[in-house]
Design a protein around this ligand. Structure first.
Ligand SMILES: [Zn+2]
Length: 448
């Protein structure tokens, strides 16, 4: 058994246990106990002890929305609107994406997430001419040791260049193939969900086809929704309703459905969220980067919606740092509500951990430090200037902590970052390969 002995254990369980001088005992891939370090230290059968007494131990962060391949495009979409960013940056660059390129970008994404405290992420894998690119993504996740819900996304709308489009029939068939190959792989660390990219890039027929695959196979379904005002206007013009009403009409809402962004929701949409239990991934940094607006997160929560937090892809963030996302989430809601107390830090940390797990349907497995759950945890150093004095763990984790303060990461009981050293990946090789592939794609796309 592995004992991680921490200074402060922040469990994020139902009663929000905070244990000073605490520890987490891990047996195999599961948490066996949390409690007092002295008591757990005397349990027989401990084969390794990680001393993390200058740390906060907390559940690994859950990034509820990412596009791993976009690490290769980091910095190339600067100062563009969402529509411009898609057509002038993402589409031209993505023509060169094959299995090897996606694998290189995804390994870089996994490395960045691991070293900044994310243990589970949701990926939206879209805009590819080659179905095998999904395998490159899945291979990278397996190698990295991370846990992930991989969205096998498809597009068929006229705004998307022809080589990227798939018919609803082909997309559904390939999504089923991806699920057969990867759903449950790596001892259950991988999950696969079908995804229709967004209301502008996917026709209602594609949304219906992909959501039906998710329902039939019990995987759930993902989609970008109401990210921008033009996206909402498109649905109003073509279907005469809001994007969420369109989804409800297609029977594509529910607790097994995760919508990314949901920036532009009407009051009636908030009621649909509450009534159907549809989950939301909020991406405050990406929303600011692309200037799409401020999602009504506090109002969603007031309606009882389950909201997780995501980075969005590295081409609209431009990092995969969930600590930055949590801080941005809090600041944006304070400013938009004109109320400094609108969203307490404890609630924001819940969105980055236990609520994120609920958003993904993984609440029985991860999101909090509790006996029986998967052993996914991180240790954040507190012997750093920004963490002293430690008056409030929640305030410090959300508003002060630097991602670089994470020096220990455990996923599925495996120590993937051990005192700052990454054990599952060859760091220099991952960096060199991604830099080289990124350069090549940029040149091929004629972007300098
Ligand atoms: Zn996205």
């Amino acid at each position: 058994m592995l004992l991680v002995r921490g200074g402060v254990v922040v469990a994020m369980d139902e009663v929000r246990r905070v244990i000073h001088g605490g520890a987490v005992l891990i047996e195999g891939d599961r948490i066996r106990a949390i409690g007092d370090a002295g008591t757990l230290g005397s349990v027989p059968g401990i084969t390794r002890t990680i001393v993390a007494d200058r740390h906060i131990l907390l559940p690994g962060l859950i990034n509820a929305h990412n596009h791993a391949f976009q690490t290769l495009y980091r910095g190339l979409g600067r100062d563009r609107s969402l529509a411009d960013w898609s057509t002038r940056t993402i589409f031209p660059l993505s023509r060169g994406l094959g299995r090897a390129e996606v694998r290189a970008g995804a390994l870089l994404a996994c490395l960045e997430m691991l070293t900044t405290g994310t243990t589970t992420f949701v990926d939206s894998h879209y805009i590819h001419c080659d179905p095998e690119t999904f395998d490159g993504l899945a291979e990278a996740v397996v190698t990295s040791g991370l846990r992930a819900v991989l969205g096998r996304a498809a597009v068929d709308g006229p705004v998307v260049p022809e080589p990227f489009r798939e018919t609803p029939f082909d997309a559904a068939r390939r999504a089923e193939e991806a699920i057969a190959r990867w759903h449950g792989a790596a001892s259950g660390r991988l999950r696969v969900r079908p995804e229709a990219l967004s209301e502008r890039t996917a026709t209602p027929a594609l949304i219906k086809a992909m959501s039906e695959v998710g329902r039939r196979l019990g995987t759930g379904f993902n989609m970008h929704l109401a990210e921008s005002q033009p996206a909402v206007a498109h649905v109003r013009e073509t279907a005469g309703c809001s994007p969420l009403e369109l989804l409800e009409g297609l029977k594509a809402t529910g607790p097994d459905v995760l919508i990314a962004h949901a920036v532009w929701l009407e009051e009636t949409d908030l009621e649909i969220l509450a009534r159907t239990g549809t989950r939301v991934a909020h991406n405050p940094v990406s929303n600011q980067y692309l200037a799409v607006g401020i999602a009504p997160v506090a109002r969603m929560l007031a309606h009882g919606a389950v909201v997780g937090l995501g980075t969005g892809g590295a081409a609209s963030n431009n990092s995969l740092d969930m600590f930055g996302v949590m801080k941005s989430c809090g600041l944006l809601q304070k400013v938009s509500a004109g109320d400094a107390a609108i969203l307490p830090a404890e609630r924001i940390l819940a969105m980055g951990t236990v609520d994120g797990a609920r958003a993904l349907g993984l609440q029985d497995e991860v999101g909090s430090l509790e006996p029986g759950k998967k052993a996914d945890l991180i240790a954040v150093r507190v012997d750093r200037p920004e963490m002293v004095p430690l008056h409030s763990v929640y305030e410090s984790l959300v508003y002060s902590a630097a991602a670089a303060a994470v020096d220990t990461v455990v996923v599925d009981g495996r120590v993937l970052v051990d005192g700052g050293r990454v054990t599952s990946l060859d760091v220099s090789a991952v960096l060199a390969e991604a830099a080289s592939v990124g350069d090549r794609l940029r040149r091929q796309a004629g972007l300098g």
